[in-house]
Ligand binder design. Structure first.
Ligand SMILES: [Zn+2]
Ligand SMILES: [Zn+2]
Length: 278
């Protein structure tokens, strides 16, 4: 069985109002794309920062800019007008665990995807504006990588999540940003240990193929560490358009087979089971 759980029904761009994208017709376009690619398990996971209620968690100016939608309208739409699993991509914000927990516990998800985009107050994957300063503060790449993976470990340990998304997102820019001098396995290790201890699954995401790095998340060495540790693996595309659904899955499936992964996580009501890839 193939899955695509980390799916956004709209691009991250300006002018993508909920009313235009959270429609039965748009959900159907994603479902059709999934069917064409043999993906039976399809769910959506809108970014938490697009909901007004996320400002109860964090008042970061970038969140304030985007927090326009109503979370109850989103959940109601997915449950009542689509046959998709209901998820959310909920950024981890250090020190705000209680607030994130309150937000998550108030709604009935099929799964909750945890992600780290911001290391402290700067995002590792945004550029071209004032939010790109994570790479522009004169800090060594090793320092940024170390902080990113320690934050991922902290997020995993919070117990808030079912899946940790795009686990090595910090590499998103590829050679356009400096890379670490140390063997990155040194940075992966605490994150893998935390995911193992908290029982959270790790995402294999083909989104990296569409990004400057041009690689699947995670790197092979991180996947190997996860497989050795026995971490459950979830497969997603992080689609923002119907044509992104399952994009690059041929390469992901090759990678998974080569790494010895034979089962994928399937979620319902925040219960996980493992299903053979097929
Ligand atoms: Zn993300
Ligand atoms: Zn996403």
């Amino acid at each position: 069985m193939l899955t695509d759980y980390h799916v956004h029904l709209r691009p991250d761009d300006e002018g993508t109002a909920a009313a235009d994208y959270f429609t039965a017709g748009n959900a159907e376009r994603f479902r059709e794309a999934a069917e064409e690619r043999g993906i039976a398990e399809l769910g959506v996971s809108e970014h938490i920062h697009r909901f007004q209620q996320s400002l109860e968690i964090w008042q970061h100016p970038w969140w304030r800019k985007w927090a326009t939608d109503d979370i109850e309208a989103y959940c109601g739409f997915v449950r009542e007008e689509t046959d998709l699993r209901l998820g959310i991509e909920a950024d981890y914000v250090s020190g705000r665990e209680d607030r994130i927990a309150r937000f998550l516990e108030a709604r009935e998800w099929d799964y909750v995807i945890g992600s780290v985009h911001f290391v402290r107050d700067a995002a590792v994957d945004l550029e071209g504006d004032q939010w790109d300063h994570v790479w522009g503060r004169g800090e060594r790449a090793d320092t940024i990588w170390e902080r990113y993976f320690l934050m991922l470990a902290e997020a995993a340990r919070s117990g808030l999540y079912d899946i940790m998304a795009h686990p090595d997102l910090v590499k998103v820019w590829g050679s356009a940003r400096p890379g670490p001098e140390r063997d990155p396995r040194h940075y992966y290790e605490p994150a893998v240990e935390a995911m193992l201890e908290s029982g959270v699954a790790m995402e294999v995401s083909t989104a990296g193929l569409r990004k400057p790095v041009g690689e699947i998340y995670p790197a092979r060495a991180l996947l190997d560490m996860a497989v050795d540790a026995g971490l459950p693996i979830a497969l997603s595309s992080d689609a923002h358009l119907p044509e992104h659904i399952g994009l690059g899955y041929d390469r992901a499936l090759e990678l998974l087979a080569d790494a010895g992964v034979t089962e994928l996580c399937v979620f319902e009501g925040r219960e996980r089971r493992m299903e053979p890839i097929g």
